[in-house]
Design a binder for this molecule. Sequence first.
Ligand SMILES: [Zn+2]
Length: 431
Amino acid sequence: MKTHPSMPGSLLLVTFLLWTPPSLAADTTGLKAGTARIDITPEKPVTMFGYDARKDLSTGVHDPLSARVLAFEADGKRLVLVSTDLIGFYSGTADYLRQALLSEFRLQPSELFLTAIHNHAGPALAIDPQRGHANNLEYTEKLKGKLIEVVRQALGGLEPVRLGLAVGSCPIGVNRRELRVNNRGESSIVLGRNVYGPTDKEVLVLKVATAEGKVKAVAFDYATHGTCLGGRNYTISGDVLGLAEQFVEKILGSDVIVPAFAGASGDINPWLRAETGFNTDSGWVPEPVLQGTFLGEEVVHVYRSIRQTGPADKIGTAFVMLQLPVKPPEDPSAKKSEGPGTRPLNVTVARLGDVAFVGLGAEVCTEIGMAIKAASPCEHTFVITHCNGAASYLPTKEMYVQDGYEVKTSPFGPQAADIVIRESIRLLHGL
Ligand SMILES: [Zn+2]
């Protein structure tokens, strides 16, 4: 700074303080972040996952799939959030891909959230040549390399950041546990629309920006299945959450990374489901685009309401593999081959200032996510499902009285959900 020769000493000091550039203020926070995105659209026809009856190979691409990384570092501790436009890490691929990232970057298990948005319009992952199509085996191997590449890019671009949070609401998710009663008075819960059932409509938005105001990432969490395109669809798409990510990146510019996370949505479907073959002559399917745009608009709206960002100087993380009780053997849907005992479910938690992340390696019903948010010691909690594992459905204990698809297909007993809620909160308190 060039000083005026006649300037008195005290005025000099004041001038210097006023002249302190904003970038120096950023150095007072220890938190750094890096972001990256990579295309993971299948290059060859692949088998798709999510509907047992859908056996054929994909026939085309409606919109691209991506993996997005938001990595944090503070005081030597890291938190790497990876969002993929996939259904989840089934068929033994969760540990396979997770271990590859943990060992490549020497991460603690608690420092990695490897997540999927539960998109049913994407490829099946496969590492077992006996069970997977050759194209899917090739896809999964390439995916491993791409995940390593995109995490390396994010960790290589760390710079000081500040965080901002806000919440909005979006109505596109609807409870799908519909009660039907026949003319003999017999009741059942079917996959349909239960407009009176619980839904978590919260759209939680995290803004990550430098002190100078350059926005690096806008991450969001919303609870819905990615099932808009349905089981007769053979076109690759990000479905509702993927299209919402793409929409927000179009609005904010492609250098802003917009990772989505699937909230607790085990019993939540998008309001509209596409009848494939209907209204597709124009080359695009309106239902997922409509709902993805609706959700994306809300993310943009909430993001623009974040006027202030603040520093965070500490990252806390924890990981536990819970052993949860399975169904009692007398339950007709208990998996007889597995016998009594327990089944694992991975819980990963992290804390950045007053924002918490709870990653659950299962399909968690929405009431469980809401209970975790309500009991969380942090003001805002990202409940992220399909994270670091793929342990089937986790219903609430009340659902075992009602039955339904989520209960029938779950290996867990009715006590499991309360254990997951309690342990998630206990771990957060420890950070
Ligand atoms: Zn599902």
